[in-house]
Design a protein around this ligand. Structure first.
Ligand SMILES: Cc1cc2nc3c(=O)[nH]c(=O)nc-3n(C[C@H](O)[C@H](O)[C@H](O)COP(=O)(O)OP(=O)(O)OC[C@H]3O[C@@H](n4cnc5c(N)ncnc54)[C@H](O)[C@@H]3O)c2cc1C
Length: 297
């Protein structure tokens, strides 16, 4: 897609480095790396010295790090820039996007989905007909599927991000990092460093809890005290559409022209292109490439 579309989204191919401070956790990383290698992902376990060689911004913390694992061909980028640029290109190719439009109901007739009822941005009602429908409503999928007798076990897991302006770029990381003890990740996005993490189960609210925001900022300050401007932080929260198994729901439902592409939890951007391609194949009557339990609920 990158080659074909030339989308600019602060993309970096510098790999992802998990670092560990707890020897037990580090021991466990070997097993996980073996599983990843079995699936063709080149993740290798590295010593603490190698960790700081791979990412020199961690050098001041060498003594608290016990080791790491590194996946050199992993990548990072700005998901918002990527998706909004992709939407623009799709629009140029004839896709019609209807933003600020709320779907209130999926209508079924004779065992088939026939239309969706929506409220437009100006408050007016509309009904949109279609030959086939893909439900990709993330955490909000169950509410619209329940009346159709299609149960979807998806619950919102709220995650936070904090984006810091970089004031000293030589001291800020360029490799994507996971601090395994704190379950947070750091990605360099141009002149900023984005930190993401936490899993809060608090319904559908996206309210930012100031205690969690402060904890993220404190951790970033502990790791990269001179690199970032702590007076210029943008906090954000989002709902990860989580399934009990962490496996997404992709495929047909019991209504033959109604499909699901949802429940991608922590990895929706990573899995989005593959899920989309597989579902397009299913809708076109082709066999999707990956071996996966494409659901039929
Ligand atoms: C802090 C954080 C960090 C993350 N980091 C990563 C990462 O590094 N890599 C990665 O791959 N993934 C990451 N994720 C996960 C990723 O964001 C999600 O998996 C992804 O957004 C799911 O995409 P989706 O389109 O299925 O659902 P969503 O992004 O939730 O989109 C669903 C859309 O449906 C709309 N909608 C819902 N109900 C209605 C309705 N009735 N009418 C109209 N529209 C409706 C919503 O407004 C929303 O726009 C992260 C998530 C968070 C919160």
């Amino acid at each position: 897609m990158r080659t074909d579309l030339n989308i600019q989204y602060n993309h970096l191919e510098r790999g992802i480095l998990n670092f560990y401070r707890d020897p037990k956790e580090f021991e466990g990383s070997q097993k996980a790396a073996d599983v990843m290698r079995d699936f063709g992902v080149d993740r290798r376990v590295v010593s603490a010295d190698e960790v700081v060689q791979i990412e020199p911004a961690l050098a001041p913390h060498r003594n608290s790090i016990v080791g790491g694992d590194f996946t050199a061909d992993d990548e990072s980028g700005d998901a918002y820039l990527f998706t909004s640029s992709l939407a623009k290109l799709a629009e140029e190719k004839g896709v019609e996007f209807r933003f600020s439009t709320r779907i209130t109901r999926i209508i079924s007739e004779h065992g088939h989905a026939s239309s969706v009822e929506v409220i437009n941005a100006d408050g007016s009602y509309d009904s949109i007909k279609g030959d086939a429908f893909v439900v990709a409503l993330g955490s909000f999928t169950p509410q619209l599927m329940r009346p159709l007798g299609v149960p979807c076990l998806i619950y919102p897991t709220k995650g936070y991000s904090a984006t810091f302006q970089i004031k000293n770029k030589d001291l800020a990381p360029t490799v994507s990092l996971t601090d395994s003890s704190h379950k947070v990740v750091f990605s360099r996005l141009g002149d900023t460093l984005r930190m993401a993490g936490t899993a809060e189960l608090s319904g559908y609210s996206r309210t930012l809890n100031p205690v969690r925001c402060r904890a993220m900022s404190d951790l970033a300050q502990d790791l990269f005290p001179e690199a970032l401007d702590f007076n210029d932080v943008k906090y954000w929260s989002g709902l990860r559409p989580s399934t009990p198994s962490n496996v997404p729901l992709i495929g047909p439902t019991r209504l033959p022209n109604l499909y699901l592409n949802t429940g991608h939890g922590t990895l929706g951007w990573t899995m989005g292109p593959g899920s989309g391609r597989a579902l397009a194949d299913i809708i076109s009557g082709k066999k999707p490439e990956p071996t996966f339990p494409f659901i039929g609920i």
